[in-house]
Design a protein. Structure first.
Length: 237
């Protein structure tokens, strides 16, 4: 982790010193895992992370338990904590379930388009469009996750949201394992277009149109996943 990130985290600790320390540490570790700071299979050392983040080992230990529940790490007795490795078969199964949940999310939102008012989604999409134009893969991936999670939040079902977030976390780990050497920037721009079309259909309350846009978007992602499964150096999710 870069020095400036540690400074930012230290500042956050100062501002939020009255908040739950384990929760704050968990959020930071989750951000690092999603962002590929650690590679799949890497050991996570309690002592070194405590030193790096400027906290005691207790919050690190508690954060590990939460991250295990979220499917991001695995805890091996007498061996330690490791970044979870997602197999291609697991990734395919996860993607299938995630797709089903996204259809449910879209169906719920299309029935209540007023829930999208002041959602912050248009601003998020505008930022994503700028990042896609610069071929910023990391930034676009982060905003892609935020877009879909924001829709899941707006759907108003806590259980759905919790399940969806776990699946997204797991697929993020697989994405780190199978990141591309020949990624195509055009997929970033098309993804933003798909997201804008999906949002527009939801605001209109047009469920059929929203599901049609989602279907095309999902099929494109599925094709990229299958390309990765057949050749891990061939593409990204």
């Amino acid at each position: 982790m870069h020095g400036e990130n540690f400074m930012t985290f230290a500042h956050t600790l100062g501002v939020l010193k009255h908040h739950s320390m384990p929760s704050l540490v968990q959020e930071e570790l989750e951000r690092m895992l999603r962002g590929g700071v650690f590679a799949p299979g890497d050991p996570l050392r309690e002592a070194s992370l405590a030193t790096q983040l400027g906290v005691s080992r207790g919050p690190i230990r508690e954060a590990f338990r939460s991250l295990e529940e979220k499917g991001l790490v695995r805890v091996e007795k007498n061996r330690g904590v490791f970044v979870r490795i997602i197999t291609p078969e697991e990734a395919d199964n996860i993607f299938e379930v995630r797709t089903a949940l996204e259809k449910l999310i879209v169906s719920r939102l299309a029935r209540a388009p007023q829930d999208l008012t002041n959602s912050g989604v248009p601003e998020l999409l505008n930022t994503a469009e700028k990042l896609a134009a610069r071929a910023d893969f990391s930034g676009c991936h982060t905003l892609n996750i935020q877009f879909h999670e924001r829709l899941a939040e707006l759907a108003g079902n806590a259980t759905l949201l919790q399940t969806y977030r776990r699946l997204v976390n797991e697929l993020s780990l697989f994405r780190q394992q199978a990141h591309a050497s020949t990624a195509d920037a055009s997929t970033l721009r098309q993804s933003v277009v798909d997201h804008k079309n999906l949002y527009a259909a939801l605001v209109e309350g047009d469920k059929r149109k929203a599901l049609r846009v989602l279907k095309l978007h999902v099929e494109a992602s599925r094709r990229r996943l299958k390309a990765i499964l057949s050749n891990p150096s061939n593409g990204t999710l």
